[in-house]
Design a protein around this ligand. Sequence first.
Ligand SMILES: [Zn+2]
Length: 361
Amino acid sequence: MRRSRIITILTLILICVHILHVPFLPIKLDFNPHHSSNFNQVTSKTLQNPLEFNGTRAYTYLEDQCAFGPRPPGSSNLTACGDYIITTLENQGWTTQTQTWEYQSTSLRNIIAGSSPTPLYVLLAHYDTRPIADYDPDPVNRTRPILGANDGASGVAALLELAAVLPEESKNFVTLLFVDAEDSGNYNGWEWIVGSTYYVNSLSSIQKANIRSAVLLDMMGDADLQLKREQSSTPALVDVIWTIAADLGYDEFFQDVGGFALIDDHHPFLSAGIPAIDIIDFDYLYWHTQADTPDKCSPDSLEVVGRVVEDFIQKQLIQPTNFKPNGLTEVWLIFAIAGFMVAVGLLVLIIYRRINQRKGE
Ligand SMILES: [Zn+2]
């Protein structure tokens, strides 16, 4: 074979590898889960289970986390809390793995639960707490770390209770993600949403294409629960979640009004083209203060949000919604990639022939 032909073939292989991240994919190529046998098992179960999310039990998960004290990134309190999250998940039959890396000379850790490397749904919360109480009314308190009962522990508590009550099949389709270092932005040169950004950057193109939606739970445990439609979330996903809440009689808490647009852990997902929602009550008087303590939170609030998410996952496993903004499904994405590869291949061949023709002239 001539050298130029070998170069052409190598170029084509490189393009394929680059696009599909082939070496980094320890997976079955489950591009359209609707057609996979596993998914049919789920869809064949047409009856929805009764909702079992228990707010009182979730509240104990919130208290357990706060018992470790403030949990800023890199602290021994956060390590202990992370170990507690892992133990709780494994006791509920979930397989877990961790991502660890260094950021600003600090060791960070994300916790990932679920058995599929290509999940369809990601439910996430940050488990770190802010290193400073910079919004505390008392200046003396502003350099102290917060306890983060609502801002940190509430979302994690809801995920741990969901881990117990979601249908068994969820373990194959849902990833529960506990991210580190969400809440240290503008402190000592740190950015916000470090852990979620790291997680999304670690996903391959195929994994990103497979995720149908990401649901972020943040500050949703406060006793005076008023959730508004977060403005940067994917509108179609917000509509589905808000409709579920209304059907469950929770429209008093899931208010049909626009809220803030927030920098939060759903952003890396949105940037990667993954539909995402931030379920957050940002009208919280004790935000980033020393008063963000368990007594400001309630089992009822955890249960309201937890049951909405439980219902959402149950419904999606039976009848999925396509939230991808431009209607791009996984199958079409594969066609698009294949078409692109063929086009590049043809282009390379044409250029190669032209060069050969010129040499012959
Ligand atoms: Zn915060």
